[in-house]
Design a protein around this ligand. Structure first.
Ligand SMILES: [Zn+2]
Ligand SMILES: [Zn+2]
Length: 345
């Protein structure tokens, strides 16, 4: 039997990835698979798996050969459970990867590309310890942070290959994806000619740099760089997220967030999300901009029922809440500040 080169993608699908970054990852996976399919060695030996994580972690594509691999639609959820993600990854490496014994030659060392843009919202200590004692010597981890908001200190405890991709314009991202494809292909040739060889990273494109400084962050219940709110369309009852990014213009000691947009999401969002018991709040006077409903086009996606749920509306008048199923009335000019519960990012 052919020795396989298992390649795992451990992808952060937390709320902060919503919009362009998530779409880039999806098209990136398509681009990688197209590229690997043109290479005879990769076609023979590379096997791919995708593990996604937000508040929860799960395998969305089990380890499969390049021909059978179908690029997945990525879910989105609240939270960045890196500890849970690492444990899920390690459980699957344990299950998938054939070990070499005296009777048989097992698979090549698995290669993991971990991509994240945030900070862990769960405890990672135990998972990092497990990685270092049981996996670090028999798997190769390449950690890539998307943007400069990610916590690199946890990643640096597990691998020397911590890279930062700066800028998310289409060209930089495409070069980055080409780099991953080239690295996987190069590794598939290298292991064949030199047993025991590790991952062979291709020459890095501009925009992708090795991270040398590791600022220490403490685990935080919420990602401070974004505010993400969950709402439901009054007409269709379908959920959406409203995403705001921290503004650099705010005065000292103040925090302001500017609207990026409202995005339709699936019900699966709730299964991928961690429940934040603290229920971190944000006041509407810190949020700049109000989006329309991404489902029905109602003028504002930012109205609040007395139950605390956000819903869309096209103005004052009676409403029916898609969260608590009761009827209420929005009055004219009720635009005072109020607190809303934010997601974990
Ligand atoms: Zn609506
Ligand atoms: Zn309600």
């Amino acid at each position: 039997m052919m020795r396989r080169l298992p390649v795992y993608f451990l992808l952060d699908v937390s709320e902060s990835m919503l919009g362009l970054p998530l779409r880039q990852l999806e098209t990136g996976m398509e681009q990688i698979i197209r590229s690997l399919r043109t290479d005879p060695q990769a076609l023979e030996s590379v096997y791919l798996s995708v593990v996604a994580f937000a508040g929860k972690a799960d395998v969305i594509v089990p380890l499969i050969d390049v021909v059978s691999f179908y690029p997945p639609r990525l879910p989105v959820g609240s939270g960045t459970a890196l500890g849970a993600a690492l444990n899920c990854l390690m459980d699957n490496i344990e299950k998938d990867v054939v070990k070499t014994t005296t009777e048989r030659r097992g698979d090549w060392k698995p290669v993991i590309f971990l991509m994240t843009d945030g900070r862990p919202t769960d405890n990672t200590d135990e998972a990092v310890r497990r990685w270092n004692t049981e996996f670090a010597h028999r798997a190769q981890l390449v950690a890539i942070t998307l943007g400069d908001q990610a916590d690199t200190s946890v990643l640096s405890k597990m691998t020397d290959d911590v890279l930062c991709l700066e800028g998310n314009d289409g060209k930089t991202f495409k070069q980055f994806i080409d780099w991953i494809s080239a690295s996987v292909t190069a590794t598939s040739y290298l292991v064949e000619s030199n047993a025991g060889a590790g991952v062979s990273l291709a020459k890095k494109p501009t925009g992708l740099t090795l991270v040398k400084d590791f600022p220490v962050h403490t685990a935080s219940a919420v990602d401070e760089s974004v505010v993400v709110l969950t709402g439901r369309c009054q007409k269709s009852e379908r959920p959406y997220l409203i995403k705001y990014n921290r503004s650099d213009d705010a005065g000292f000691g103040e925090q302001e967030f500017e609207l990026e947009g409202a995005f339709p999401i699936e019900e699966s969002f709730f299964a991928w999300s961690a429940i934040d018991k603290e229920g971190a709040q944000v006041n509407t006077d810190q949020l700049i901009g109000v989006p329309a409903c991404p489902h029905c086009g109602n003028g504002t996606a930012f109205a609040m029922c007395s139950c605390g749920g956000l819903l869309c509306t096209d103005g004052a008048g009676p409403y029916s809440c898609p969260w608590c199923k009761t009827e209420g009335m929005f009055s004219e000019g009720s635009d005072g500040d109020f607190d809303v519960t934010r997601g974990m990012g």
